[in-house]
Design a protein around this ligand. Structure first.
Ligand code: PRX
Length: 659
């Protein structure tokens, strides 16, 4: 276990509060206690029955093929189309006039799309993509702001059976290029720009840059007009969506694909410098997305208004903005902007305006709202809310209690949901009409999911003990591999403990057997609920001419959970340039900006500290634990394994000399 995890164990033994679900909630809940027994009785029969939440073009006969672990095949001989399941079937069953998307724009304007509207839009876009040469199996990169067209783009791809790779709109041209190249995308769907805090930020130029520097597989770029104004145009390659849409037919036959056909690739950071393309397939993924969304959020499709604040660039936006909610025929809010623009009550204003009943967000956002003060949400009528969710990192009990009291009016159950890009859907979470919730704990594996906490030897720990979180049974939404690298899939997730999927998280079981997540035990940090790899930021830093060596750690941060802090050794021989830069602070600033350019603003280190040495073991491994002590202003821990024990003194002297 890392030091962080051990500290976590200390903190949580003090938490003894529990909250039972309100009686009315229990009486009307989607998930009833018998669901645990059903899953316990027969794991496969349970999932077979959940698959009936979907409409299958060809029914499957085999539930699970686990003959070649860790490569699972779920419902493999069945066929279906995801867009049909998320849209067309709702129109066919007479719900075409139900609102699917309540689009709220940054400037306060809005637009409404019914399921019938969405069907038309995605059919048109699928026809346009087909005209641009996209066929079943081709990859399409999507680089978009949080506007309905992002959802249409994903569903249009799903309609054709063309796996999409959504790249977060805050990522750089360089990050986009490497993802386009890895997946060999044929088409990119983007927008001219995006609205950010009253400014219009260009988006298309990043696509142009990405394609100028590589991305040779891309033949066409489909551009949605959002901000207006001039854009560079490459004739023959670039196509305006609004122009192509005009002549596109709203009739498009969804392509039924095999259940194991890839639905999307989503890149996520791991312990190496290169992001991994996580592959999710069709039937199993959608089954679990629909099941978890319906049960964890207690969705009543005809009366609820759901709002998940995640961007479609992350897995939460895939599963709980697009696929889960739409497979379940939800009415949901999709919001273009940030929580604090033009004022810090923006989210609460949206909840009041659209009468949101189910709200799913992140601990970072909740902590920011706490900081801004509870008088802000108090100005809005939040009485429509009946359930709150949290995801992305462990929610500290203080933030949980605030969320419950200030946002949830002490009446809404909170579901703290643990899962990962790799797991596809929620894995560990209370069920809101069943579980007595505990502030800060994700608590129990969902029915149909089997999780455990094990020690170094891979043996289950007793209640009251900590260890590593593992998943010991295949699940339908599990990743099917890493794009182009099956070996890395085995090595990354299945080699630490024989036969077990190791999630990278430390965890503890409390005296009741409930699970508490304790943070990552590998070199992955969690910034505002987003995963960043220390190695990836280090690679970005050393790609700068001035940098000889870099070490990055995730330091605790009151608001974002963790934030990257970099220790950098400068290369000799650049004295003139460095002098011109104008001092250490300026150099640090330039290096921070460089990381922003290489990866995206989210990865910018909070601090770049210039040092002359880095602490290393005799075998040359950087001891990040010691650097974390420095970054968090703690007494430096045990330095016995350092090759040169005086290094830490040198680092600290150097830093204190500068401040
Ligand atoms: O460390 C865990 C943390 O986020 C990681 C997964 O990150 P990502 O793939 O980006 O997906 C985030 C959204 C699903 C996990 O390994 N994490 C996520 N949810 C929780 C959490 N840690 C504690 N409690 C959670 N509820």
């Amino acid at each position: 276990m890392s030091d962080d995890a051990a500290t976590g164990i200390e903190n949580l033994s003090q938490e003894t509060r529990t909250f039972s679900p309100p009686t009315e909630f229990v009486q009307n809940a989607v998930a009833r206690p018998a669901i645990y027994e059903e899953a316990e009785r027969d794991h496969l029969a349970f999932w077979r029955s959940r698959a009936s939440l979907l409409s299958w073009e060809t029914p499957f006969t085999e539930t699970l093929d686990w003959s070649n672990p860790p490569f699972a095949r779920w419902f493999a001989d069945g066929t279906l189309n995801v867009a049909y399941n998320c849209v067309d079937r709702h129109v066919e069953s007479g719900h075409g006039e139900q609102v699917a998307l309540l689009a709220e724009y940054e400037d306060g304007s809005d637009a409404t799309f019914t399921y019938a509207d969405v069907k038309d839009e995605i059919s048109k876009m699928a026809n346009v993509l087909a005209d641009l040469g996209v066929k079943t199996g081709d990859r399409v990169a999507i680089y978009m702001p949080m506007i309905p067209e992002a959802v249409f783009a994903m569903l249009a791809c799903a309609r054709i059976g063309a796996p999409h790779s959504v790249v977060f709109g805050g990522f750089s041209a360089e990050a986009l290029r490497s993802r386009i190249e890895d997946a060999e995308a044929r088409v990119v769907i983007t927008a001219d720009g995006q609205n950010r805090r009253g400014k219009q930020l260009p988006l298309k130029p990043a696509v142009d840059d990405a394609l100028a520097g590589g991305g040779k597989s891309v033949e066409k770029v489909l551009v949605v007009r959002r901000t207006g104004g001039d854009v560079e145009w490459t004739e023959g390659r670039d196509v305006w969506w609004h122009e192509a849409r005009e002549s596109a037919s709203a009739e498009h036959a969804p392509v039924a694909v095999e259940a194991e056909h890839p639905l999307f690739i989503l890149y996520t950071s791991g312990t190496t410098g290169k992001p991994k393309g996580i592959i999710h397939t069709t039937g199993g993924y959608l089954t679990q997305a629909a099941y978890t969304h319906r049960n964890v959020f207690d969705l009543k499709p005809s009366s609820d208004v759901f709002w998940c604040t995640a961007d479609v660039g992350w897995v939460t936006g895939h599963t709980y903005v697009v696929y889960g909610p739409m497979a379940n025929r939800s009415t949901q809010v999709i919001y273009e902007g940030t929580p604090d623009f033009p004022h810090q009550g923006r989210w609460w204003e949206i909840i009041e305006k659209h009468k949101v009943s189910l709200f799913y967000s992140s601990p970072t956002a909740i902590r920011s709202a706490m900081k801004w003060g509870e008088d802000i949400p108090a100005k809005y009528d939040l009485s429509s809310l009946r359930l709150l969710g949290s995801v992305g990192e462990a929610i500290n009990p203080e933030a949980w209690m605030w969320y419950r009291r200030v946002i949830g009016g002490d009446r809404c159950p909170i579901v703290d949901t643990w899962w990962q890009t790799e797991t596809g859907s929620i894995m560990i979470s209370p069920l809101p009409g069943i579980t007595d919730t505990k502030p800060g704990s994700a608590q129990v594996a969902l029915p149909g999911i089997s999780a455990d906490v094990v020690n170094d030897a891979g043996k289950s720990v007793a209640n009251g003990e900590g260890g590593y979180l593992v998943l010991d049974q295949p699940w339908p939404g599990m990743l099917r591999g890493i794009w182009g690298d099956p070996e890395r899939f085995k090595e990354t997730y299945w080699s630490r403990f024989e036969g077990l999927y190791f999630a990278g998280d430390g965890a503890k079981r409390d005296d009741d057997g409930d699970i508490w997540l304790l943070g990552r035990v590998d070199d992955v940090m969690n910034v505002s609920g987003h995963r960043l790899s220390t190695m990836e930021i280090e690679s970005a830093l050393v790609s700068h001419d001035w940098v000889a060596e870099a070490a990055v750690v995730g330091a605790n941060d009151e608001t974002t959970g963790q934030s990257p802090v970099a220790f950098v050794i400068l290369r000799g021989g650049n004295d003139e340039e460095l002098a011109e830069a104008g001092g250490d602070e300026k150099i640090s600033e330039l290096l921070r900006a460089h990381v922003g350019k290489e990866i995206g603003p989210i990865a910018k280190p909070k601090k770049v500290l210039l040092v002359t040495e880095l602490p290393k073991t005799r075998s040359g491994k950087i001891m990040r634990r010691l650097l974390r002590d420095v970054a968090e202003n703690r007494q430096v821990g045990d330095t016995q394994t350092l090759a040169d024990a005086s290094v830490m003194d040198l680092i600290q002297e150097g830093l204190s000399g500068k401040s």
